[in-house]
Design a protein around this ligand. Structure first.
Ligand code: IMP
Ligand code: MG
Length: 186
C-alpha cells in the first residue's frame, strides 16, 4: 500500500496545503535518530511521548534509533478544538514508569507558546531523573512565550496553523503522512 500524499486537503471545512513533505520529514527524522544514538549511547533512555500529537513522530524517531530504549506516554490537553491555545494545561493521563535516575527524553509534536512543555519539564524534574532532554518535531519560535529548554528540533516554522503527521485540527487530520499549513495564512 502506498501513502496518501495529496498536495492539498480539506479539514473541518478549511483548506490546507502541503508544507513539509514526506521526504523532508524522513530525512530529518533519520538525522535526529543518529544524533540520539550518539548522545544517549549506554544510557538506555526512556522516551515520554506527549499524547495525542506526538505519537507518529515518536514512532518514527524510535525506529531510527538503534540503542536500547523504552517508551511511555503522558496526555495533556491545552487546545480543545480551537486553533489557538486555551492557555491552560490539563493532565489527562500520567506516566506509569518510574523516572528516578533515568535519562528522560520528552517528545512533542509542536512547541507553540511553550506552556505545555514547561509544564512537562517541571513534572519530570520533580521525579528526580538523571537527565531531561526535549525533542520536538516543530517549533513556532516567534510564538514561544515561556522560557523552555529545547534540545532537538525537527523544523523551525512560522506562527501558522499546521496539520498532519500526528497534528490535528479539532481531532481531524492526524493520519496525514505530510505536514500541511492553513491556506489563508499564506
Ligand atoms: P503550547 O503549550 O502553546 O506550546 O502548545 C503546544 C500544543 O498545542 C501542542 O502539543 C499541540 O498539540 C498544539 N498545537 C500548537 N500549535 C499547533 C498547530 O499549528 N496545529 C495543531 N496543534 C497545535
Ligand atoms: Mg501536543
Amino acid at each position: 500500500m502506498s501513502l496518501y500524499l495529496p498536495e492539498s486537503v480539506m479539514c473541518n471545512g478549511e483548506r490546507f496545503k502541503v508544507f513539509i513533505t514526506r521526504e523532508e520529514i524522513d530525512a530529518r527524522v533519520s538525522l535526529l535518530g543518529e544524533k540520539l544514538d550518539k548522545d544517549f549511547e549506554g544510557k538506555r533512555p526512556i522516551f515520554i511521548g506527549v499524547l495525542n500529537g506526538s505519537y507518529i513522530f515518536l514512532a518514527d524517531i524510535m525506529r531510527n534509533v538503534s540503542i536500547p530504549c523504552e517508551v511511555d506516554f503522558m496526555k495533556l490537553s491545552s487546545y480543545g478544538d480551537a486553533k489557538v491555545s486555551s492557555g491552560e494545561v490539563t493532565e489527562l493521563k500520567h506516566i506509569d514508569a518510574k523516572l528516578k535516575d533515568r535519562h528522560v527524553i520528552l517528545v512533542e509534536d509542536i512547541i507553540d507558546t511553550g506552556l505545555s512543555m514547561k509544564y512537562m519539564i517541571d513534572k519530570m524534574k520533580a521525579m528526580d531523573p538523571a537527565s531531561v532532554s526535549v525533542i520536538t518535531l516543530l517549533h513556532k519560535k516567534d510564538a514561544t512565550l515561556h522560557d523552555v529548554q529545547i534540545d532537538y528540533v525537527g523544523f523551525e516554522i512560522p506562527t501558522k496553523f499546521v496539520l498532519g503527521y500526528g497534528l490535528d485540527y479539532a481531532q481531524e487530520g492526524r493520519n496525514l503522512a505530510q505536514i500541511y499549513v492553513l491556506e489563508e495564512d499564506n
